[in-house]
Design a binder for this molecule. Structure first.
Ligand SMILES: [Mg+2]
Length: 220
């Protein structure tokens, strides 16, 4: 019987693609005096493409973005700081996020989050979604010095929740970091569908829509 549900953040709870597009539009507006010659749609498109679904940290993204468009009136450091300071304002969850967490909470599941990323950057993004009260533990890789798929970070989260791997499920969108990582220590897994990977046939279940998650967990 499942007693604890652990989640990834980006691409699982946080709609990173939509958040990033909104952020890039706002940033283009904030820096229009130095970026004005790049049309907003091109800026947003290039920013999202260089980001490669989060695999490239933004220092490199901004270096390349400014170089590509021959922008010299602002430094990549300034743009990066603006990202760090303001992404949270643009963060949006996937549809049904809060009602889904509330339903799992009302059914008595312990909940945790394990995210690869920078600290306190990720904590601010989580706060912006107003979901931290649902979680008994939130581990950010930089803060704890461990990264998924390292089994140690999953073990640590389970220990915080005082739950055995066999009684827990991990929900995440990365086949390698989330699903393989959690399976290594014997957790059940639910792959949050992500068009980047198309499929993940070794997960115990697939979730396309957060609203359907409580039912999937019940059926495990
Ligand atoms: Mg993810």
């Amino acid at each position: 019987m499942i007693k604890a549900v652990l989640f990834d953040l980006d691409g699982t709870l946080l709609d990173r693609a939509r958040s990033l597009i909104h952020f890039a539009e706002q940033q283009h507006q904030r820096f229009h005096n130095v970026l004005g010659k790049i049309p907003k749609s091109i800026y947003v498109r290039d920013f999202a493409a260089l980001d490669s679904n989060g695999r490239v940290w933004k220092d490199e993204v901004y270096r390349q973005l400014l170089e590509r468009h021959k922008i010299t009136a602002v430094s990549w450091e300034t743009m990066l700081q603006d990202y760090v300071d303001n992404l949270a304002m643009s963060c949006v969850g996937f549809p049904g996020l809060v009602p889904m967490l509330a339903e799992l909470q009302s059914r008595g599941y312990a909940m945790g989050m394990v995210t690869n990323g920078r600290s306190p950057f990720q904590e601010r993004n989580i706060s912006a979604l107003k979901i931290q009260p649902f979680f008994s533990t939130i581990l950010v890789s930089e803060a704890v010095g461990l990264r998924k798929p390292d089994s140690a970070i999953f073990r640590r989260a389970l220990s915080d929740l005082n739950t055995a791997a066999i009684e827990s499920v991990f929900v995440g969108d990365s086949p390698k970091s989330d699903i393989e990582g959690a399976q290594q220590i014997g957790m059940k897994t639910i792959w949050k569908h992500n068009s980047e990977w198309k499929s993940c046939d070794f997960a115990d279940a697939v979730c396309k829509d957060l609203a359907g998650l409580p039912k999937i967990i019940q059926g495990l």
